[in-house]
Ligand binder design. Structure first.
Ligand code: SF4
Ligand code: SF4
Length: 385
């Protein structure tokens, strides 16, 4: 088998095997901490000797169970997260000792109050702005308080050296992903958006394993070598699309297919699960708690008000990846991303001189709108062309 296909296949197979790795770690005495959000400072959890895991939240299967306790008109991500926990069908939740949440959007922070009944849940009080020294001080205090909580819960001590070590380690992981994303800047990009999404999902279950990072590096090298030798995995002339909006995941792959089966190619995922959490490093020259506070408070999530960093990031991505379209994915009942879509449209189409088009799609985790998505994306690609 072609080296590249073998690497993709190995990544594809590694994703369902992730829970086995976690079970083995638990059997060997490791502690596991569940997370839902890009604001969670993985470095602090790792400095406590535990494994941070991203909990299941992107399937529609457990939503009906979630709706037994939660209102139906809530974002599917929240209902799915809670439903998975309630039905004990997320293997990562099953093995986790505690959960870390953050006060991001209203639905999520209220859901954590119920989740705490199923697993001890520590909620970090996230400021709603990344501007000003007061917000930064509050967030630094929250990160320090998380460290104390983990020390008590897990019976460990977290030193500043532990934190500095984990900051370097996580930064290296971010660099590996940043380097990988560069491949899509070429024309045509070296891989499809669906393949890029697979690598993002693989990274999510790599649990800091250096061998997984080596696989991503190796894939990058092979793709580059093949491109230089003339191989084109993506045909020329496709519309180059940046995807933004709510976090990506399994149930939203229907949107990626709709884009790529109708003449587009996704060159960047700005969302959580893609570039948003990885594009800024933690400053290794600053004291560790301060450095973590600066990095994590700066994540341009729509929960922040105002949120110009997201617009700036999108504009940069559109330029760097030479995109001619932006697709904004909004989960039903996600008010923050939904309202912010006005500003995103305004900023993106203000780049109209560069021929950049914008479309927002409101969807949920069901597959009922697959055909409609395909029709809309087909029309969007035709409009861009
Ligand atoms: S979009 Fe915001 S709330 Fe959702 S995972 Fe990302 S940072 Fe967290
Ligand atoms: S998608 Fe929107 S509503 Fe859903 S959890 Fe994220 S920020 Fe909250």
């Amino acid at each position: 088998m072609h080296d590249i296909e073998a690497l993709f296949e190995a990544m594809r197979n590694a994703i369902p095997a992730g829970p086995v790795k976690i079970k083995e770690a638990v059997d060997s005495g490791k502690k596991v901490v569940g997370c839902y959000c890009a604001f969670t400072p993985y470095e602090v959890i790792r400095a406590a000797g535990a494994i941070p895991v991203s909990l299941c939240s992107t399937s529609d299967k457990p939503i009906a169970a979630g709706e037994e306790h939660l209102p139906r008109n809530l974002c599917p991500l929240i209902k799915s997260s809670y439903g998975f926990a309630l039905t004990d069908t997320c293997p990562y939740f099953h093995f986790c000792d505690m959960v870390i949440g953050e006060t991001t959007c209203d639905g999520k922070k209220k859901m954590y109050e119920l989740l705490d009944r199923l697993r001890p849940t520590h909620v970090m009080q996230l400021p709603q702005t990344y501007f000003g020294v007061d917000a930064l001080n509050v967030w630094q205090a929250e990160i320090e308080s998380l460290a104390r909580k983990l020390e008590t819960a897990l019976g460990v001590t977290i030193t500043e050296d532990d934190l500095s070590r984990e900051i370097k380690r996580r930064n290296e992981e971010r660099r590996v992903m940043e380097d990988f994303y560069e491949l899509s800047k070429l024309n045509p990009p070296l891989l499809s958006g669906q393949e890029l999404h697979l690598v993002n999902e693989f990274f999510k279950i790599s649990f800091g394993d250096p061998r997984a990072l080596d696989m991503i590096r190796e894939l990058r090298t092979k793709l580059q070598e093949n491109w230089e030798a003339g191989e084109r995995r993506v045909s020329a002339g496709k519309q180059r699309i940046v995807v933004t909006g709510c976090p990506t995941g399994k149930s939203l792959e229907k949107v990626f297919s709709a884009i790529e089966e109708n003449g587009g190619v996704i060159v960047a995922f700005e969302n959580c699960g893609g570039i948003k959490p990885n594009y800024e490093m933690v400053n290794e020259a600053l004291p560790p708690y301060e450095a973590l506070a600066v990095k994590y408070l700066g994540i341009p999530c729509s929960c922040m008000s105002p949120n110009p960093k997201r617009l700036d990031l999108l504009e940069t991505l559109v330029d760097e990846y030479k995109a001619n379209g932006v697709v904004d994915i909004i989960l039903q009942a996600c008010h923050t991303y939904n309202v912010e879509s006005f500003l995103v449209r305004e900023r993106i189409t203000a780049q109209g001189g560069k021929g950049v088009s914008y479309i927002s799609v409101e969807t949920d985790y069901s597959q009922n709108d697959v055909e409609q998505l395909s029709t809309r994306m087909g029309a969007f690609m035709e409009m861009i062309a």
